[in-house]
Design a protein around this ligand. Structure first.
Ligand code: C5P
Length: 233
């Protein structure tokens, strides 16, 4: 089956992450390792998670000079990750070199996606850092730049998915966090989408954290998410 749910392993210890993985079926999901878990446990844990049969989205959002980012991307590729990301605001040359660094991995290379505008930034915050465009315009501008650099897609919020899908080609993948079923607590997420709704809006992969990681039976909830999007396109 096409594994469209990416479970966010938002933990600060390997023990917690591996405990959850023991409860999840790797044929039903992929997993995301972000800055907290990676900073706590490092590349050894990425390898361990992969050894458990899970495909890993390494969510480290690289943003630096092109030389540094491309080398970091290559090292992440050596770890065997399935997907990784960079900040599109690092610029076209940075993204192009990051993409080029994955060339040697051939057809099975990790997918490389971009973060456009952090969803924590509103119009005023952008103005403070010298960006006069609205968040929507900036998201769209950076998504097109990522496409131009040969990247495979972008992370986008629930609110941006429909617009980006309308603007960008079908093979440009959209990865969307902020996914909740009606019965889930929203937590700190402000704009949320239901799983089927997100897929209908054009999202290819759904990042789901707490509704699954904090559940009493995580694999059952994962199966419910998969059921909710089965046959939806
Ligand atoms: O627990 P929850 O489902 O809210 O987790 C969502 C995951 O997606 C977290 O790892 C969070 O950092 C990430 N994310 C997000 N919103 C963004 C980008 C990433 O929630 N705009």
């Amino acid at each position: 089956m096409d594994k469209r749910i990416i479970v966010a392993l938002d933990f600060n210890s390997a023990e917690q992450a591996l405990k959850l993985l023991d409860k999840l079926d790797p044929s039903l999901c992929r997993v995301k390792i972000g800055k907290e878990l990676f900073t706590a446990c490092g590349p050894q844990l990425v390898k361990k998670v992969a050894a458990h049969g899970f495909e890993v989205f390494l969510d480290l959002k690289f943003h630096d000079i092109p030389n540094t980012v491309s080398k970091a991307v290559k090292v992440a590729g050596d770890l065997g990750v399935w997907m990784l990301n960079v900040h599109a605001s690092g610029g076209l040359p940075m993204m192009e070199q990051a993409r080029a660094a994955l060339g040697e991995f051939g057809k099975e290379r990790p997918r490389l996606i971009a973060v456009t505008v952090l969803t924590s930034l509103a119009e005023d915050d952008l103005r403070q850092i010298g960006i006069e465009s609205s968040p929507e315009e900036q998201v769209s501008k950076l998504a097109f730049l990522a496409r131009e650099a040969g990247l495979d897609g972008v992370v986008c919020s629930a609110a941006e998915t429909r617009l980006l899908r309308a603007q960008l080609p079908d093979d440009f993948c959209l990865v969307t966090p902020g996914i909740r079923r009606a019965e889930d607590a929203t937590g700190d997420q402000k704009r949320i989408l239901g799983p089927a709704e997100a897929v209908r809006c054009g999202s290819n992969y759904l990042v789901v954290g707490r509704p699954i990681t904090q559940a009493e039976s995580p694999n059952e909830v994962l199966e419910e998410f998969n059921l909710a999007i089965a046959g939806v396109s």
